[in-house]
Design a protein around this ligand. Sequence first.
Ligand code: GTP
Ligand code: MG
Length: 205
Amino acid sequence: MTSTTCEPQLLRKAEYHCAAHHPRDWVEDTGAEVAFAGRSNVGKSSAINAITSRKALARTSKTPGRTQQIIFFRVDAHFRLVDLPGYGYAKVPAALQQHWQKTVQRYLEERVSLRALVLPVDCRREPSAPDWKLIEWCAAADLPIHILLTKSDKLGQGKRLQALRAAQQSLNQMPLATAQLFSASHGIGIDEARQRIADLLSQTG
Ligand SMILES: Nc1nc2c(ncn2[C@@H]2O[C@H](COP(=O)(O)OP(=O)(O)OP(=O)(O)O)[C@@H](O)[C@H]2O)c(=O)[nH]1
Ligand SMILES: [Mg+2]
């Protein structure tokens, strides 16, 4: 029997499972998964690698728009992490942009095993309009969302805490939205994120 409580260290066992262009290729919708959404180039794939303690589990790139499919990582028979295509990169052809948008929308609306979204947001910027759309969609759907204020290595300690307080303040009407400081490259907030994701995966659906 598989356990339905996810220990944080279990996330280190994540393995690449498949990349899906089309909903028919999605992994069977059983068990529990947490998906990483967000702007192109914000650091979704880097966050997955940091949290799973893997250098190149999810492919990262300096070229925005790298992750173009929904990528499933299997933690064990019950738990998964999912890397969603990024949004907001202007150079991606409109038709492709629309295809992703539709796919991601369908994923969010239909996926029964989805327990929460993780949304990396650059800590030096305000969340973008599509970031807010996701945050508000989650609030309306009663789906937890955990915001990683990422690339926080780029800020000094004082500015970092200021960014965290501002984010928490802007989310204070949304009980299922949480935020933390994070840096994939400098190891900031990785244990905290791993713990949070394990807790979110352990919730019953
Ligand atoms: N300084 C710093 N750079 C980071 C951090 N996280 C990611 N990066 C860099 O940001 C760039 C984009 O990272 P990715 O993880 O590929 O971003 P992504 O959101 O998966 O991008 P797409 O798949 O294109 O949507 C890479 O050059 C990373 O090295 C961080 O915490 N600090
Ligand atoms: Mg990526």
